[in-house]
Design a protein around this ligand. Structure first.
Ligand code: NAP
Length: 257
């Protein structure tokens, strides 16, 4: 699908992968609708300078169901044809050590808000016969590390949701793209070593958000259904998906209770 001239909505757009994708889409000439928890007007000028014909910010806190309802209402007159469900939170550590409030919040943001917003925007897309839903999952959806119980299950759910929806939308002109995101050097990536370090110590690979945004651009233009990681992470992912017992044997050495 062409990015130039599209009406591109991005959640979690104020930093990390979301911001890098906003910058990529601005350079491609997309109309931008940025969703964030706190209004950051300083982003507007830069993105316009980069090539976005217009940029609009919407404030929404995805930990609140009513805030997503309000956002969907505000978007009624916007002909969104590309939505990047990207906002996310990380939980981690031994299950008994994780805060229950954090777990509820994380599932709400990573999974339920993504389903909620997609459901809200879908009727318009189907009516216009055009659209793409891009959902940010993770290698954790398949690589089931200890300490990642809750986060990994939120991201596995995103994969299942996206694949089911993609099948349901065949012939409507609306397509899905599921990102099996590897390590990307963002604030969340830095949080991994803090939240998991007590029990899991393993070398982590990462690429820059800007590089990842360029891979996402390619996947959008080529209408890929899934964007898998490349390089060393691809080998680990292959092992986890096809030889899970071997994968678990391999990572056992990095974990201690
Ligand atoms: N970085 C990685 O290695 C990696 C790997 C696999 C998947 N991912 C996924 O990529 C996505 C983006 O993460 P990132 O790496 O760019 O991390 P990040 O820099 O921490 O960005 C997370 C974004 O989500 C937003 N967010 C968090 N809670 C929210 C809430 N309640 N309501 C609305 N927005 C909220 C944050 O907004 P605030 O600034 O207001 O907190 C921020 O914009 C996430 O879904 C993550 O799970 C990342």
């Amino acid at each position: 699908m062409k990015i130039h001239g599209s009406h591109f909505l991005i959640t979690g757009a104020n930093r990390g992968i979301g911001l890098a994708v906003a910058q990529m889409a601005a350079k491609e000439g997309a109309h931008l609708y940025l969703v964030m928890r706190q209004n950051d007007q300083s982003l507007l000028d830069n993105l316009k300078k980069m090539g976005a014909p217009n940029v609009t910010i919407f404030v929404s806190d995805f930990s609140k169901r009513s805030s997503i309802d309000d956002l969907i209402k505000k978007l009624t007159s916007v002909p969104v044809d590309m939505v990047f469900n990207n906002a996310g939170q990380l939980t981690g550590g031994l299950l008994e050590d994780q805060s229950l409030d954090d777990i509820y919040n994380m599932f709400q943001v990573n999974t339920l808000s993504l389903v909620h917003l997609t459901k809200g925007l879908l009727p318009g897309m189907i009516q216009r016969g055009r659209g793409k839903i891009i959902n940010n999952s993770s290698v954790s959806a398949f690589m089931h590390f200890p300490c990642a119980t809750t986060y990994a299950s939120s991201k596995a759910s995103v994969v299942a949701f996206t694949q089911s929806l993609g099948a349901e939308l065949e012939g409507t002109g609306v397509t899905t793209l599921c990102l099996i995101t590897p390590g990307i050097k963002t604030r969340m990536f830095d949080e991994i070593s803090i939240k998991y370090a007590k029990n899991l110590r393993m070398p982590l690979d990462s690429i820059s958000p800007e590089h990842y945004a360029s891979l996402i651009k390619e996947a959008i233009i080529r209408d890929k259904k899934v964007l898998f990681p490349r390089g060393q992470t691809a080998a680990g992912l292959f092992l986890a998906r096809h030889f899970p017992l071997l994968f678990h044997k391999m990572i056992k050495g990095y974990f201690k209770r």
